[in-house]
Ligand binder design. Structure first.
Ligand SMILES: [Zn+2]
Length: 1036
């Protein structure tokens, strides 16, 4: 799954979850031993225990007392809850009756209207109620939660195969289904508990061995708290026997972004509808009753009945189609291999397609709205998909597993894309590309999303994480391979070596440097928490850790290890330890011995990252001191919380180090740093030599030096920066800015480093500087001395801006390929020049816009259009805003639409900004997923920050209702609107707002508070220091 952006915090562990897990570990649930059973259980987090062992000893006594209290309280609570259930006339778990049941509140308007075959198998009445009461007493006596109330499915049943027959009624957006699940019994039980949510169940039948006849169903009920449906039988299902569970149901094709949902587009003035699914992570249960956890892999045979004016798609190709006389058709799809529910998929639409075939015979099709297919907007994606399948087959040495792969471009989707096996779904903006009007940046976005989803066909679909706590195992890999795969397509772009740093490493270290971060591997149980694990920590930190691992293992050994891992676990599930074991073995084969599990557990189970400080060479004995501590932006937050403030954080750090002088740098040596502080001897360390740590920034940590070494490095950059690698130049810039922001380094050091940029001809260091300057700019952009900072930056940019000039508008494809670095550098410098107010840059932008308006021909170079539009809107009068607004409505190219919309947020005119904010919630004007970007972009504009913040608070209820379930969107919005608030007043407003919405609000608010506190603290402690230095520097 590819995300836009989200930021979340670790979920709280409730006493009930602790009890559940402990009981499972003790085996008190009677789970038979076996590899599958073992994999299904939550994994004890050994290293966390190991790390905090001394604390645990001290706390041990207190914890056991607390545990005793908790258990007693739970027992009391449970007995209270059961009394309530028993007393309430229409409590949720009691729906016995006539087998006509609805999950949660929503019932389809025409419920029962599609083929509602009467199939009465369910007994109701007084007998059932008495039974129910007896059962409840029994669970109470056992001091256990009943199987339906546990956060995870009970493990006594396992689905082997699903037969799913669906009828889609697109005219009233309902569907009906019949699912037949073949079940294997691992422990005798009278209960069948499986996921089902927001559907209406018509009938339930259980048969033994298909032919052997029925097992009587005593009663059935929904238990909405855990989103399950429970079938209680008259007798126990027997171990090692196989049963068939049949459920007939119907539900809505919802007008939202999860489950089986609908969206629409306009073709020749006519609105057309399509139905498509998004099941990851926990929404398959909204489309059919199923065991909706990734460990329950099964085979699926799907049939879809629909009007013949539509076509249907699913993971597998259509085997046969049966046409009926009344204009309906049923497509029967081939059976899938073993797979999990979350990447099952189907769609009903009237799209058209183009296709291609890979060398190994995989048929690849791109489906989209007919006008886009005709224009050829899908051809780029189709072409690179074919090449990428060949790349991955060669890299992993495991062939693509299905006969076909369809890529589906839909107008509305909660994520950038979703990797459903054989039927991956993309939002149009991330797959359609019109080469005549797309920038390199847009092309890069499209490319990387496709590379990402294709990687998942192996990492995620073929080998699936055991449980969501290790979602980074699939997302980290897919994100890392975005860069490796793009390097395959565009070998000169050096994505993995360079762009990875600014787009991933620097980006996620900002987030992970907050005390409220969370480990990359995070425990989750409840369905409502699972969305939360899909955040930038899982994606970007996951990817950064994988890159560090690949780098200390050596890339070829790493690749061999991955091949083994995929081969061993294909069609199955794997956890992080399975990966560590396979990689350790691969290392051993080449004669190296590193305990990968021991090293990586520290990085995946601890939150945050270290800052290494290298100091020394004051004495002449070539000894340096290397120390590590956890990097945190706001040391006040750190000291408030004893768990964060103590010294218990330690990592085993693969520190690469090199010594340099004015013209030469030594080859790197690796030092494993595992203590708080260590002494190391560095040969040939002379007085004038500098030290450089984390060579090419392959490690996930920051490096600080004593001031003397910083001075030597600055000196080196100014005199001959090429002695230091491009990646390290970018790394020094990012480290320095962030070390200063967190108070580890004087404020002037990063600004002094920046000075060498006038000679820097590589894109990456400029990109790093531009990104690092951005938050600093936002901290200062509403202060009265802002112009001093502004002028300093303009001076650093001026000469390179002059040297590079503006692009012309004749970029063709071959040029894009050859000059990516150069064009990106020019774009970055123009962006800095225009946004900090370079007069020439402003004039140029205004001229280009005026030319467009007067000639009605857009001759603005593609790669800088967003900069020109934004600058034009901010400088020129309301007519320009109206012109861009008009163009936003009239353009059909998705890439152009997006940048036009964002340009509208650049205005200085508060009335226009307010108008735009209000329009953003109108779904007819702005797509749901784009509305968030409008609000966030207004918040980035210093003239609109307070407007966006006010709008956000006023509309929070509407926004939360709209995006609430798609948590990542909500948290992207929360952080986007709040991250640049930086006054005491705004901090108070934020805290008051959170207080008034306590309970229902997203957890990302605590991250927001920490960020704003750190901003306020920086203003208080360092702002004046920075301005003093700037004043002095400008007068020199
Ligand atoms: Zn993904």
């Amino acid at each position: 799954m590819a995300l836009e952006e989200k930021r979340e915090k670790r979920p709280p562990v409730t006493p009930m979850m602790i009890e559940e897990e402990a009981a499972l570990r003790n085996g008190s649930r009677g789970l038979p031993p076996g590899p599958w059973a073992e994999a299904a259980g939550p994994r004890p987090r050994t290293t966390e225990r190991h790390i905090a062992v001394h604390k645990r000893l001290v706390l041990g006594f207190a914890v056991s007392i607390l545990a005793l209290l908790a258990v007693t309280m739970i027992a009391v609570l449970l007995s209270v809850r059961f009394e309530e259930c028993g007393a309430a006339a229409d409590g949720p778990p009691r729906a016995g009756g006539n087998g006509s049941l609805s999950g949660a509140a929503r019932q389809p308007p025409g419920a029962g209207q599609p083929p509602g075959r009467p199939e009465e198998e369910v007994r109701g009445g007084e007998a059932a109620e008495e039974e129910e009461e007896e059962e409840e007493e029994e669970w109470q006596r056992r001091r256990e939660l009943p199987p339906w109330a546990r956060p995870r499915l009970p493990r006594h049943l396992r689905p082997l195969h699903y037969n799913l027959m669906l009828s889609a009624f697109m005219e009233n957006f309902t569907f009906s289904g019949e699912v037949n699940v073949q079940l294997e019994v691992r422990n005798a039980s009278r209960y069948i508990v499986l996921h089902a949510h927001r559907m209406h169940i018509e009938a339930v039948r259980v048969a033994e061995d298909k032919l052997a006849g029925g097992v009587r169903v005593a009663r059935t009920f929904f238990y909405p708290q855990t989103q399950v449906f429970v079938v209680v039988l008259n007798r126990s299902l027997e171990v090692q026997r196989s049963y068939n569970l049949k459920i007939i149901y119907n539900a809505l094709i919802e007008n939202e972004l999860l489950g089986f949902f609908r969206s629409s587009y306009v073709l020749h003035g006519e609105r057309r509808f399509l139905g498509v699914t998004q099941f990851s992570p926990t929404h398959a249960r909204k489309a059919f009753p199923c065991f909706d956890e990734p460990i329950y892999k099964a085979t699926f045979k799907i049939s879809i009945r629909h009007q013949a004016t539509y076509l249907s798609l699913s993971n597998m190709p259509v085997e046969t189609s049966v046409f009926e006389e009344d204009g309906w058709v049923t497509d029967h799809f081939s059976q899938t291999p073993l797979m999990s529910t979350y990447y099952l998929a189907w769609a009903v639409c009237n799209f058209t397609y183009r296709e291609t075939v890979t060398k190994s015979g995989v048929v690849v099709r791109l489906y989209a709205r007919p006008d886009a297919i005709r224009r050829g907007s899908g051809d780029y994606a189709l072409n690179i998909t074919r090449r990428l399948i060949e790349f991955y087959e060669d890299y992993f040495k495991v062939p693509y597993s299905l006969p076909k792969l369809d890529l589906l471009a839909v107008p509305k989707h909660p994520y950038a894309a979703m990797e459903n096996w054989g039927l991956s779904v993309f939002v149009e903006q991330r797959i359609l590309l019109d080469p005549s009007i797309s920038s390199i940046l847009y092309l890069l976005d499209v490319t990387m999303v496709i590379v990402h989803e294709l990687c998942h066909q192996w990492f995620g679909d073929l080998v699936t994480p055991v449980w969501w706590e290790d979602v980074w195992l699939k997302e980290g890999f897919a994100h890392y391979f975005e860069f490796v795969g793009t390097d395959y397509l565009y070998p000169g772009w050096n994505m993995e070596k360079q762009r990875f740093l600014t787009d991933v490493l620097h980006e996620v270290m900002l987030l992970d440097g907050l005390a409220s971060s969370h480990p990359v591997s995070q425990e989750v149980q409840q369905a409502s928490d699972i969305d939360r694990v899909f955040d930038w920590i899982a994606y970007k930190k996951g990817a950064a850790l994988i890159r560090m691992l690949a780098s200390f293992m050596g890339h070829s050994v790493f690749q061999m290890g991955l091949q083994d891992y995929l081969t061993i676990h294909k069609y199955g599930n794997a956890a992080r330890n399975d990966l560590w074991n396979t990689l350790s073995k691969a290392l051993k084969r080449v004669g190296k011995s590193v305990n990968i599990q021991e090293v990586m557990d520290q990085w995946t189970l601890q939150m945050g990252y270290p800052v290494i400080t290298i100091s020394g060479n004051e004495t002449t004995d070539n000894i340096i001191v290397i120390s590590q501590e956890r990097f945190v932006y706001d040391s006040d937050t750190k000291s408030k919380d004893p768990a964060h403030g103590d010294n218990s954080y330690l990592w085993q750090i693969p520190l690469t180090i090199a010594v340099g002088n004015t013209s030469h740098i030594s080859s790197e040596a690796i030092i494993w740093v595992s203590n708080k502080s260590e002494h190391h001897r560095i040969p040939a360390l002379e007085e004038a030599n500098w030290l450089l740590g984390n060579i090419n920034q392959t490690g996930y940590f920051r490096v600080n030096y004593d001031i003397r070494n910083w001075r030597l490095l600055i000196n080196q950059l100014t005199r001959n920066h090429e002695v230091i690698s491009v990646s390290n130049r970018a790394g020094l810039i990012d480290d320095a800015f962030n070390l200063a922001r967190a108070g580890y380094l004087p404020q002037n050091i990063p600004l002094e480093i920046m000075r060498y940029l006038s000679e820097e001809k590589d894109f990456l260091p400029w990109h790093a500087a531009s990104r690092a300057l951005y938050p600093l700019d936002k901290l200062l952009d509403r202060t009265e001395n802002y112009n001093i900072f502004n002028e300093y930056i303009l001076r650093q940019v001026a000469s390179m801006y002059l040297k590079l000039g503006w692009p012309t508008n004749n970029l063709n494809k071959s040029l894009v390929q050859a000059s990516y670095q150069h064009e990106e550098l020019r774009r970055e410098v123009i962006m800095l020049a225009c946004s900090f107010g370079n007069k020439h840059c402003h004039q140029q932008a205004a001229t280009l816009i005026s030319d467009w308006i007067s000639s009605n021909r857009n001759r603005i170079p593609l790669n800088v259009r967003d900069i020109v539009y934004c600058t034009g809107v901010s400088l020129m009068d309301e007519d320009v805003w109206e012109f861009i607004w008009m163009k936003f409505h009239s353009t059909t190219a998705v890439s152009e639409k997006k940048i036009l919309l964002e340009a509208l947020t650049c205005s200085d005119d508060r009335n226009l900004l307010n108008r735009l904010l209000n329009l953003s919630l109108n779904s007819e004007v702005v797509l749901d997923q784009d509305a968030i970007d409008v609000i966030i972009h207004v918040a980035r504009n210093p003239h609109g920050r307070d407007l966006a913040w006010k709008f956000f608070r006023e509309k929070w209820k509407i926004l939360n209702a709209r995006y609430g379930e798609a948590l990542f969107m909500n948290s992207k919005l929360v952080s986007g609107v709040t991250e640049f608030l930086n006054t005491e007043g705004e901090l108070r407003e934020l805290k008051n707002f959170i207080k008034s919405y306590e309970g229902g609000a997203a957890v990302s608010f605590s991250r927001a508070v920490e960020t704003v506190e750190a901003n306020v603290r920086w203003q208080r402690l360092y702002k004046e220091e920075l301005f003093q230095w700037l004043r002095k520097s400008l007068t020199q």
